[in-house]
Design a protein around this ligand. Sequence first.
Ligand code: PLP
Length: 432
Amino acid sequence: MSNPSPAPDRPPSVDQLARSLADTGLPHPLLVDAAREAIAAGDPGSARSAAAARARTMLQPVVNATGVLLHTNLGRAPLAASTDGRASNIELDLASGKRGSRTAHAGALLARAMDAEAAIVVNNCAAAVLLTLAALAGGGRGVAVSRGELVEIGGGFRVPDVMAQSGARLVEVGTTNRTRAADYRGAMDAEDDLALLLKVHRSNYTISGFTEETSVAALAQLGPPVVVDLGSGLLDAGCPWLDHGPPSWLAEEPAAKQTLKAGADLVLFSGDKLLGGPQAGVIAGRADLVRACAAHPLYRAFRPGALVLSALQDVALAYLDRSAGRLPFWRMAAAEVDDLESRAHRIVETLAGSAGAEVVSCASVPGGGTLPGVEIPSAGVAVAGDRTAELRAWSPPVIARVEDDRTILDLRTVEPDDDEVVVAALRDLGGA
Ligand SMILES: *Cc1c(COP(=O)(O)O)cnc(C)c1O
């Protein structure tokens, strides 16, 4: 008696189906998931597309053609980073052989670059704010903040909520549109335990009209330590790392070095906004206050590892030797429109009519919740209709934007080396 042969429409085994997808390069357990999903859906043939969909959820390099320099969904400032796989002296003092400090490298170099006494690095600026408030004003001590600066940065970061989490007590001063030194002085008289004066940069909105705010220099005259949450992290207003100095769109942006010079005791900022580095938060300024932050238990929870610190150390060194203009963010931010236009023309010529691509003038934005309303003239390539989904499906994914029923690929945020990726993705749209 022989076994009956399986019915022709009998589904393949999960394992068989998963093995048939091995060429996708995904590890076997993920292929098993895709195979299971397809079989459960009664469509084993869809296993390959299920595996491809799974691969697309993984972290991977993409081409940012959105024109948003610091795109939060694309990891803000782009940065190459590599380690050589060895251990590092992250907490070893090579001179003495004893336990060293995590702040001795990236933090110390950043401090040097902005003329601060000291600096420490945490995971992001939100952590820097929370840690600073907890360390310097925890236990219910008062922190004075202007009512015009009780901001929401996005992603759930609201100053009053962060204040509550830190254990500090929010003391609101002034009004939404006007806050004077006398308002802070009034709070100092009314509160006998005012620990800090906190100034928060209105990163993502502006107020105009009948407005008045108190300068850092004026706050520094009042007595309590002045902490400034700068957010965006422009290191030096003079931008000595750029050949032509600061671009005009940065004119109003407060910088770390000048804010400290004006009398701030601490400045707090992100690593991946206008600093152009990895995701991180920096607390810089008076050595005793920085030490108090480093000694707080939350620092242990917020400190980054060697991957981030080594990337940030490279960024700090670039600022110190004035080569920060070569960091990807600054290269893109300072690129001349003429050069972007030439690249756009070359792309369109190479395509030779494919996809109906045209050169366009467009406007980039800084992004990352910085510099609201600022537009930077740019150039790119446009094709008719919304083709963003197809471009995202390209490998590597190309992220574009839609404007007036056209898909715009803004070249300011595209690495010149990736122009050929743009060409290939657009040629594919043209069906050639
Ligand atoms: C962006 C920003 C933050 C949050 O920074 P993250 O690094 O994203 O945590 C906090 N404060 C201000 C003023 C900001 O602009």
